[in-house]
Design a protein around this ligand. Structure first.
Ligand code: 0PR
Length: 373
């Protein structure tokens, strides 16, 4: 136990409000409790664990409804990486094609997926607002060997939303269009609630007829525990394309990437989603957006400009010396990260309070005086 306590102390805790370099956060109390109730269950053997199988089903029903795909099937996953891999796996098997169109800002899990699946990547540049260039995406998608086009709804670096409606329209005009996968690993638990708050949100979900699949992670803005993601797809037969016989298990077939896997985070996702409901998520999202605005305005006030006006609760700030500034923040006890643009990246998760933002801005002034910002 001493070893464990020692190791645990060395793992940073979100609760101190100083981590702005992660997309995870302190899970909701009820999610932690749910997690600890299911440490002994295995979602990989649903015949033995019918309880968690049902919870997984209900989590997926809620995700489908959140993305206007009521009744659409899906899978809980271990996170965005697994969901992106499954989405491209489906695309490859359904279309029997060998290429994938990715935006330049695609999360590295999509590069992993392409590598694993033997898909050739066609990279599409971003526009001045760091959105996937719609014309270039449309041109790339005309290649008849393209299995899928991937767009982000909440890019990892800047939280930007690609012009998914425009790209979807271009795909609709093709005689045999590729699948369109939306990576909303982060934005999936932000954008629907921004819409509820009356903010303008570009189309990104199944309301767009061409969208084939959407992934969204309960372990990011969903307030669940790690590891939990989701993938919702438009058609059941697409899941059949990745389903295998599992003769030794209590169910004859398995349609997921992982085999044995924990149920705990699925129970936690269920607990977080049911207890927060849309209103609870709206409150959290509003708080994060307000704090992001405060941070962006604070940086502008000291002459360090945002790369783009924040779309959601992720902010990129231009620095004179990006790595030097990140190191300086680090030495003052802040965890922040960088983007390839380059800029300093701040993810304003629910554990980051208004008070912490004001402290961070005070420290930013010191870093500015050193000439790094
Ligand atoms: N898609 C997008 C748009 C993402 O931002 C991420 C994760 C993924 C997919 C992959 O999700 P999983 O990591 O759940 O498989 N983006 C974060 C990032 O790379 C992941 C992360 C999370 C990094 C917590 C650090 C950290 O402390 O920034």
């Amino acid at each position: 136990m001493r070893d464990l306590r020692g190791a645990r102390r060395r793992d940073r805790d979100f609760a101190d409000g100083r981590i702005l370099g992660s997309m995870c956060t302190s899970p909701l109390a009820i999610a932690r409790r749910a997690d600890s109730m299911f440490v002994n269950s295995n979602l990989g053997n649903p015949g033995l664990c019918e309880g968690t199988r049902d919870l997984a089903h209900r989590v997926m029903e809620m995700c489908a409804a959140m993305f206007h795909g009521d009744g659409f099937p899906g899978r809980v996953t271990s996170g965005g990486t697994e969901a992106n891999i499954i989405a491209l796996w489906i695309a490859r098997n359904v279309t029997k094609r060998k290429k994938v169109v990715l935006p330049e800002h695609a999360h590295f899990s999509l590069h992993k997926a392409a590598d694993l699946l033997g898909l050739e990547k066609i990279m599409v540049p971003v526009d001045r607002e760091f959105r996937m260039d719609a014309n270039a995406a449309a041109t790339a998608a005309r290649d008849p060997d393209v299995a899928a086009v991937v767009c982000a709804a909440g890019s990892t670096e800047l939280g930007q939303v690609d012009p998914i409606a425009e790209i979807g329209e271009a795909l609709a005009s093709l005689s045999s269009p590729p699948l369109l996968h939306v990576d909303a690993a982060f934005g999936g638990f932000v954008l629907p609630f921004m819409r509820d708050l009356g903010l303008e949100v570009p189309g990104f979900d199944f309301t767009l007829g061409q969208v084939s699949s959407v992934c969204a992670d309960p372990h990011k803005m969903g307030m669940g525990t790690v590891p939990c993601g989701s993938l919702t797809v438009r058609r059941q037969e697409w899941l059949d394309a990745i389903t295998f016989d599992s003769p030794y298990l209590t169910k004859a077939k398995q349609g997921t990437l992982l085999g044995t896997r924990g149920s705990a985070a699925v129970a936690a996702a269920y607990a977080a989603m049911v207890s927060l409901g849309r209103e609870g998520y709206c409150r959290l999202v509003k708080k994060c957006l307000d704090n992001t605005r405060l941070l962006a305005d604070g940086f502008s006030a000291i002459g360090a400009e945002p790369i783009i006006q924040p779309v959601m609760n992720i902010l990129g700030v231009r620095a004179k010396d990006t790595l030097g500034a990140v190191r300086a923040f680090d030495s003052l006890g802040w965890n922040v990260s960088t983007t390839r643009i380059p800029s300093i990246r701040f993810v304003v998760m629910p554990h980051v309070t208004r008070g912490r933002i004001l402290e961070l801005l005070d420290d930013a002034k010191k870093i500015r005086r050193k000439g790094l910002l």
